[in-house]
Design a protein around this ligand. Structure first.
Ligand code: G3I
Length: 369
């Protein structure tokens, strides 16, 4: 029962609440979130998640509010999974896959085969004689564990490197040296058999910009995809990592359009898998000006990349500048140790940056899939 005193107290509180100025904070959740705006256009909005991030309440709140697709930044890579030739450490990957499941998010797997983040025991243990067995056993073990829970797997990551001067511009990776070019087909066929539900993706960087190096790498990447499809290798999607820069004169146009159209003509979906905008080349220390230049790159890049309906998802490589891998890059640490990068949709204090609004606007205005 409400006493007279309680009633007066509640009325006074209500009056105060009405008198308080409404904060000017723009609405960014619910129907105004990245995932809601993406969903309206038949797209998925996602991000990479570091293992430690799930222990940060601020991080998980933004993750739940804004994203419907997650990818472990490191937890599903060969090295982090394999502390020894006979052990698997699934703890961090399980935590993220379970978190995603509990919050109805899809999960990307990244990655089975890469030349980086191989475990310390790899070089001394893997030989031409056992490499195929080690590769297939790894994929079978990991893909089977998450069977039916992975929307798409980056089966092979960054296999093209024209500057290595090898046939078909293949990268001089340990897997190529140990198995030969057939390591690619072996990886995709093994992954398909282990998890028929997942979309099998080839993931690459340095194929986005209108410059000579990216043009060369784009052509080699499309040629690789054509060869794999011609050999009936089970591959479903191209991942365009989208690690791009502000202030460095990069532009995006017909080269990117032709890459996406080329993948589409092979029956592939396209995912923008690791979007972030390096701002080291943006001159001056005016943070607001830097943020505006980064937002302009999100706007300009996505205006081209999202034109084609073959592009189904946009993931940023992280959520907040606070955790960006770009701050660990050697060149950044040497040249600008005291100027942390601002490459992502949320600033170090989890405030939406201009890049957030540019990303959301691009999603909201993309052609409906
Ligand atoms: O986990 C260990 C920790 O135990 C140790 O104390 C610490 C000391 O160095 O290292 C930690 O591992 C680090 C790992 O990230 C987890 O934080 C590695 O040193 C570090 O090299 C590793 O960096 C990752 C990088 O890939 C490896 O090349 C970045 O977080 C990750 O964002 C980055 O992601 C790649 C994609 O997978 C592929 N596309 C490019 C992208 C950026 O390089």
């Amino acid at each position: 029962m409400t006493t007279r005193r309680t009633f007066l107290n509640q009325s006074a509180l209500a009056a105060c609440a009405l008198a308080l100025p409404v904060t000017a904070e723009p609405t960014i959740t619910g129907s105004q979130s990245l995932k809601a705006q993406a969903h309206k256009r038949g797209l998925l909005a996602g991000c990479a998640v570091g293992a430690a991030n799930l222990r940060e309440p601020d991080f998980t709140q933004v993750l739940i509010d804004q994203y419907s697709l997650v990818v472990p930044e490191n937890a599903l890579k060969f090295g982090p999974l394999r502390p020894s030739p006979t052990e698997y450490n699934f703890a961090d990957a399980d935590a993220l896959v379970n978190f995603a499941h509990d919050h109805k998010m899809k999960v990307r797997g990244h990655n089975f085969v890469w030349h980086e983040q191989l475990p310390a025991w790899f070089a001394a243990t893997v030989t031409k004689e056992n490499a195929k067995q080690i590769l297939t056993t790894h994929i079978q073990t990991v893909a089977s564990r998450y069977k039916g829970k992975i929307q798409s797997w980056d089966v092979v990551n960054e296999a093209i490197n024209p500057s290595d001067g090898l046939p078909d511009s293949l990268r001089h990776s340990p897997w190529l040296q140990l198995i030969g070019p057939e390591y690619l087909e072996l990886a995709y066929r093994t992954a398909r058999q282990a998890d028929p539900h997942a979309k099998l993706t080839y993931n690459e960087y340095g194929i986005e910009n209108e410059n000579e190096a990216d043009r060369t790498k784009r052509a080699a990447t499309l040629d690789l995809l054509k060869r794999l499809k011609a050999a009936n290798v089970p591959i479903d999607a191209l991942g365009i990592q989208s690690h791009i820069s502000a202030g460095s004169g990069q532009t995006w146009g017909n080269g990117l359009r032709d890459l996406i159209a080329g993948a589409q003509s092979l029956g592939l979906e396209v995912y923008l898998t690791e979007l972030d905008v390096n701002d080291d080349a943006v001159l001056g220390d005016d943070t607001a000006a830097r943020d505006q230049q980064v937002a302009a790159v999100y706007r300009d890049y996505l205006a081209v990349a999202l034109e084609n309906r073959a592009v189904k998802s946009v993931l940023t490589w992280g959520i907040t500048d606070r955790h960006s891998w770009l701050n660990e890059v050697k060149s950044h640490r040497e040249k600008m140790p005291n100027r942390p990068q601002r490459p992502l949709p949320f600033d170090p204090d989890y405030k939406p940056a201009p890049a957030f609004f540019a990303l959301r606007d691009a999603l909201a205005h993309a052609p409906h899939r």
